[in-house]
Design a protein around this ligand. Structure first.
Ligand SMILES: Cc1cc2nc3c(=O)[nH]c(=O)nc-3n(C[C@H](O)[C@H](O)[C@H](O)COP(=O)(O)OP(=O)(O)OC[C@H]3O[C@@H](n4cnc5c(N)ncnc54)[C@H](O)[C@@H]3O)c2cc1C
Length: 252
């Protein structure tokens, strides 16, 4: 047993849960899944575990050109992408492995155990891409979800605001319709989001933010409560590669 491997879920225990209890795969499928879990464990020990302490010491830092993160985080995520692990639960036609979600959780558990902070970039990105691939148009999927499934871009969820955490009905970020193109209706968003995990980083060339906002009514007011909330795709760099008008500030 190599150093640190005892902090990962035991392969025998994972196999018991997946195959004996949940019965999610048999025969060849079972062998394939065990091989993916073994690969995930090696990567978790090799690229995620070694920097977990250092990433606490060297926190993400705000510079003039945005937020810089520990290079080891970037490298770990690049290796995660190389193995296609962002796509575990996505269908093959979207470039994924087509694994059952339960199997994906068993794979992801290894990275979360090794380094929860770095693993969460991947977890948030897969969740973001799943939402777009479930509810988006084919053009939105192509433009935003596919680069996330490949692991070239990372994704976030921007819900909370300085005055609205649990009470999302109170968000004040507003959206005003501004034209339409092949990606659908375009909106100009204005507002402040806070506590956004992975909100900026220098690991990937683009970030796909999923942002909650309220569409301004004709009389200029915002709808009350949670029923007035809509979800918008807000990329850090626009499809024509221009930077979007998003600014990260240190609120301390
Ligand atoms: C590590 C971390 C990562 C985060 N990442 C993100 C992110 O990626 N994107 C994002 O949008 N946000 C993120 N957040 C913000 C998070 O979603 C909010 O902290 C959360 O919604 C709670 O809001 P709040 O902190 O304002 O607490 P509040 O909403 O003010 O709650 C304070 C307390 O009151 C209780 N409470 C609240 N409402 C009620 C109620 N109606 N009835 C009874 N009790 C209630 C809560 O349980 C809590 O104990 C993150 C937070 C943390 C800590």
């Amino acid at each position: 047993m190599s150093i640190g491997s005892d902090i990962l879920p035991s392969p025998d225990l994972l196999a018991f849960h997946l195959f004996d209890w949940l019965n999610i795969a048999r025969g060849e499928e079972r062998e394939t899944l065990l091989a993916v879990i073994a690969t995930a464990q090696r990567l978790a020990l090799d690229a995620f575990l070694p920097h977990y302490r250092q990433s606490d010491i060297e926190e993400p830092a705000l510079h003039d050109d945005g937020v810089h993160i520990l290079p080891a985080v970037k490298e770990a995520l690049a290796r995660f992408a190389e193995l296609g692990l962002f796509g575990c639960s996505f269908p093959e036609e979207l470039g994924g492995f087509g694994l059952p979600y339960t199997a994906t959780l068993a794979i992801q558990a290894n990275f979360s155990a090794a380094n929860i902070a770095t693993a969460n970039y991947a977890m948030l990105t897969a969740a973001n891409a799943r939402l777009i691939s479930t509810f988006g148009t084919s053009e939105q999927i192509r433009q935003f979800a596919l680069p996330e499934i490949e692991g070239r871009w990372l994704g976030t969820m921007c819900l909370s605001e300085p005055q609205a955490g649990s009470s999302l009905g109170d968000i004040r970020t507003k959206a005003i319709l501004e034209g339409e193109d092949t990606l659908g209706a375009g909106y100009r968003l204005t507002g402040n989001k806070m506590w956004v995990s992975g909100g900026d980083q220098n690991a990937t060339e683009n970030i796909v933010h999923l942002v909650l906002a309220k569409i301004v009514r004709d009389d200029g007011t915002l709808p009350e409560g949670t029923k007035g909330i809509s979800l918008f795709i807000v990329p850090k760099r626009l499809p024509d590669d221009r930077p979007n008008d998003i600014v990260v500030v240190d609120g301390r």
